[in-house]
Every structure is written in C-alpha cells, then in structure tokens.
Design a protein around this ligand. Structure first.
Ligand code: NAP
Length: 480
C-alpha cells in the first residue's frame, strides 16, 4: 500500500489546468509525498446540468482524502445558479479562510521594503454570506447577518492556534462592534473571554474601518488579524494588494474534516491556454498544503526556489517580469525547478504543525439562566405616513397584550417622534412591548398578527427577548 498522502486535485476552469500542471510537476520534482486524485468541478460540470458545479464523485473524493488543491472555478453569470466555490466551502464546513500576506522579493509595490508579513484569518461560513436574503417589499431587500457564539469561538481559537504555529506574537481581532453591537459585538466578546487562555499571544481589538486605514498607513505592524466573514473578505483583498495583488496571493480553507487550498485569483479566461498564466499564487497555495500535511522540507525547497526566481527577476511570466522580458508559464516553471536548493535573501518562516481546535459534532445549544419575553417587532409594509400608521396601530391593538412603543424606518425612529430629515420608505419595524408580565407569548403574538394583519400587510415577526437580564435586541436610532 502506498504511504503517499492522497489529495484531491481539481484543475478547474480557464488557466486552472495550466497552473495545476505546473504545480504537480514542481511538487513531484521537490519530492512531495502526494498522490493526486483528479476530480472535476466548475464550468464543465454546470454544463452537464449539475446546479452546484460540483459532482457527487468530487465530493466523495474530498470526503475520502480530506484534502483538496483547487484551481479557479468560473461562477456562471445568471440567475439562480450556485457558486461551486461556495458549495465546497459550505459542504465541508470550511470555516477558516487563511490568507498569508508577505512581501515577496522582486515584486515591487509602493509598500516594498516595509517588511509586511501577516496572516488574515477570515470566518468563512457565517455572517451575511449565510445567504439568507429576502425582498421584504417590492423595493426593500433584507439580508440576515448570522453570527454565532460557537462560530466565533471556533475561528478565534483557530486564529490563536495559527498565531502559535507560525511563531507569531500578536493577534488583532477586528470588528464593527461599535455599530453592530450584538452581531459583531459577539465576536469581540468571545475574543475578550478566551484571549486570557493564550498568555503567550498579545491580543488587541480594533474597529474594522480603522484596520483598513492602518493596513495602508502602517501594514508592518500586523502579525495576525481575525475577522468576521465580510470584513475579512474585504481586508484580505486589500492586504493582498499591498504585496503584489491577487496574482501572487495564496489561501487555504480549513475545516474539521477537510482542508482546501487555492489561489485567490480567478480563471483569467482571456489568457487561458496561451502559456501566459502566472502559477505563483497557486504554487504558494500548494506550499501551504505541504505544510498542512507536515511536509515542511518540500514546502521550504519550493518556497525558497520561488523567492530566488522572483528576486533574480529572470524568466518570469509577463505580468511580473521587467518590461519586455516576460517568458511563458513553462519557462518560469523550469526556472523555479532550476533554483531548487538555493536560498533567497528572505528566509522562510519556521512553522510548527497547526492544530485545529477540537469541536464536538453535536447541535450547539446554550440555555440561559433566565429568558424573558418582552415584546415583538412586527415588520409592516405600508404607504401611510408614520403618524397615520402609528394612529392605526394604536387603534388596532387597543386592549391587547401589547403597547406600541415605537416605529422605525430603515433603523431610525419615525414614531412617536422622528428626526425631521428621515427619509421614509414602505417598510416599517413596529415595536410592540408586552404590557403585562406573564402573558402567554404564542397567544399574544397570534392575537397581535390577527388584529394588525386584517388592515396592514406584515412580512416578518421578531420576538424581543431578554437573556440573563440583558436585552437581546438593538434599539433603533432615536429610540429611548
Ligand atoms: P481573474 O480571473 O482573477 O482575472 C482578472 C485578471 O487578472 C486577468 O484577466 C488577468 O489580467 C489577471 N490574472 C489573474 N490571475 C492571473 C494569473 N495567475 N496570471 C496572470 N494574470 C492573472 O478575475 P475575473 O476576471 O473577475 O474572474 C474570471 C472568472 O473567475 C469568473 O468566472 C469568476 O467567477 C472566477 N473566479 C473564481 C475564483 C475562485 O475559484 N476562487 C476567484 C475569483 C474569480 P490580464 O488579462 O490583464 O492579464
């Protein structure tokens, strides 16, 4: 039986097959202990009528190997088709997106010489990317931002573990907790709760907009940054731009049962099949794969050979070569192999194996000590003015279990008082507070909907609860 590590290889679309071919040959030349299982995903699979872009045999292969190297997959432009990338991330719960951002020798940017060397850790499955979206009225759209305590704790513990494995010293958690106190604030609270367990790592918190600013002003200050999904999506691309852009940016997507490695760039269809693709980002992703499986030796041989090649600026692909000296993908490949065994001026970091946090596979539930039902937010579509709507709701709910407390429009209070300039649309969040403690909530809510629904169109009901004595809901702007 082979003692090689099996890895699923998805070449993908566009330049994918070219960069995959280069990478397989370079890994073999470096003596990497890998046996590839080739599998399909992307455009050709969509054309076969498989709506997810990933056929069952590919999912089976990754489930078996637990490891995948993936080329870029084209996302079909059209209504209702899924992204094959998102399918893979969700199917294997690849919750941790790791994006190293390191200045590369020979790649000149406005930030060259600053010593940028950081990792961005992005939560990869929750947040606005959970895809829970609705048209609430014909012209008002809603997307739910789902942040969970275990989802936050898991990515934070992964970020702490990675900080240690890479011999780094500090971890910055960056959130928008000043505005989204409940959702983004949850990640910040979990960060503050668990960081004392990692006394060898200096924790800090900064607001995400300041983080973007700091990344441009003084990027060398960062070691590891951890974020919720959307913030991480944006700042990881920003950070990649500091060191040469998406063409040289590798990444990994880690989960408890599978890990997938991919370049950040897409399929670059304009240059596909022309021997023009730059395989650096894909190769660096394969280097991450090698470290993940513990093949530190092959990883360093390849990484140093890439660094030497970039540093000497000889036989580079057109996108990064000095003007007029660009060569084909194949010549760049040969140059890297020719540089095996040489050390660049930039040493490779010393890595220890990364140990992912252990996470039990059971439905997570946290039962609070106390839970109090205090009211309901009823979302109503109406063309009335706030004053007329308030008047109508007061009449409809007279002598009910609730008292109309406030009405908000796009998060700003418009009833009983409103800021003069608030622009109003046909989407109102009407806050009803429980009048008497101890009401039966199901009966009270059903009665409220029956009373209001006879006159107004409603589309969403949100319970207002207090957990362990704390409000589990935000106030609207202007609400007291
Ligand atoms: P892209 O494929 O990254 O290409 C944008 C441009 O960047 C290319 O036209 C090319 O510029 C340059 N480029 C990117 N990678 C390169 C490489 N390795 N070597 C040399 N040049 C490179 O972005 P896109 O055009 O927005 O997306 C194309 C398709 O890829 C879409 O279907 C998209 O959905 C998909 N995509 C997939 C992934 C993924 O699988 N993770 C990620 C992003 C996009 P020049 O033409 O100027 O040479």
């Amino acid at each position: 039986m082979s003692d090689k590590v099996k890895v699923t290889a998805m070449a993908g679309d566009g330049i994918g097959p070219e960069v995959m071919g280069v990478t397989k040959r370079i890994l073999a030349a470096a003596g990497a202990n890998i046996e590839w299982e080739d599998a399909e995903a992307g455009a050709r699979v969509f054309k076969r009528g498989i709506a997810t872009g990933v056929p069952p045999e590919t999912l089976d292969s990754i489930a078996r190997t637990g490891l995948a190297l993936k080329g870029p997959l084209e996302t079909p432009v059209g209504y209702g088709e899924k992204s094959a990338n998102v399918t893979l991330r969700k199917y294997f719960e690849l919750y941790g997106n790791i994006r190293p951002v390191r200045e590369l020798p020979g790649i000149k940017t406005p930030f060259s010489g600053r010593g940028i060397d950081m990792v961005i850790v992005r939560e990869n499955v929750e947040d606005l990317y959970a895809g829970i979206e609705y048209m609430q009225t014909a012209g008002v759209a809603e997307c739910l931002k789902i942040i969970t305590e275990p989802g936050s704790e898991r990515i934070l513990r992964l970020a702490f573990a990675l900080t240690r494995a890479e011999g780094r010293k500090s971890l910055a958690c960056s959130t928008k907790a000043n505005i989204m106190k409940i959702t983004e604030g949850l990640m910040k609270r979990v960060f503050e709760r668990i960081s004392p367990e990692y006394s060898d790592i200096t924790p800090s918190h900064l607001i995400i907009d300041n983080c973007a600013h700091q990344l441009v002003i003084a990027p060398e200050q960062f070691d590891v940054i951890v974020c919720t999904n959307m913030n991480g999506d944006i700042i990881s691309d920003l950070a990649a731009g500091l060191v040469g852009g998406l063409g040289v940016a590798p990444s990994s997507n880690l989960g408890d049962h599978a890990a997938m490695f991919e370049a950040v760039h897409g399929s670059a269809p304009q240059i596909a099949g022309k021997n023009l693709a730059n395989p650096t980002a894909f190769l660096l992703s394969a280097v991450m794969l090698l470290r993940h499986i513990g093949d530190f030796k092959a990883a360093e041989i390849i990484e140093q050979a890439i660094y030497v090649t970039l540093e000497e600026r000889k036989n580079l692909t057109g996108d990064i070569a000095p003007k007029g000296t660009g060569v084909g993908t194949d010549a760049y490949e040969h140059q890297i192999i020719a540089n095996f065994g040489r050390d660049s001026s930039m040493a490779s970091r010393q890595y220890a194996p990364l140990k992912l946090p252990e996470w039990p596979r059971v439905t997570w539930h946290h039962e609070p000590k106390t839970r109090e039902f205090v009211g309901v937010d009823l979302f109503i579509e109406s063309a009335l003015s706030p004053g007329a709507l308030g008047e109508s709701l007061l009449q409809l709910t007279a002598n009910s279990a609730f008292r109309l407390g406030s009405i908000a429009n796009r998060g700003a209070q418009v009833w009983p008082v409103s800021a003069a300039e608030t622009y109003v649309v046909d989407h109102f969040v009407c806050r009803f507070m429980v009048e008497k403690a101890g009401v039966d909530e199901n009966t009270a809510i059903t009665d409220l909907i029956t009373r209001v629904g006879g006159t107004h169109r409603w589309m969403h009901v949100e319970k207002l609860q207090r957990f362990d004595g704390k409000d589990g809901f935000a106030k609207s702007a202007g609400e007291s």
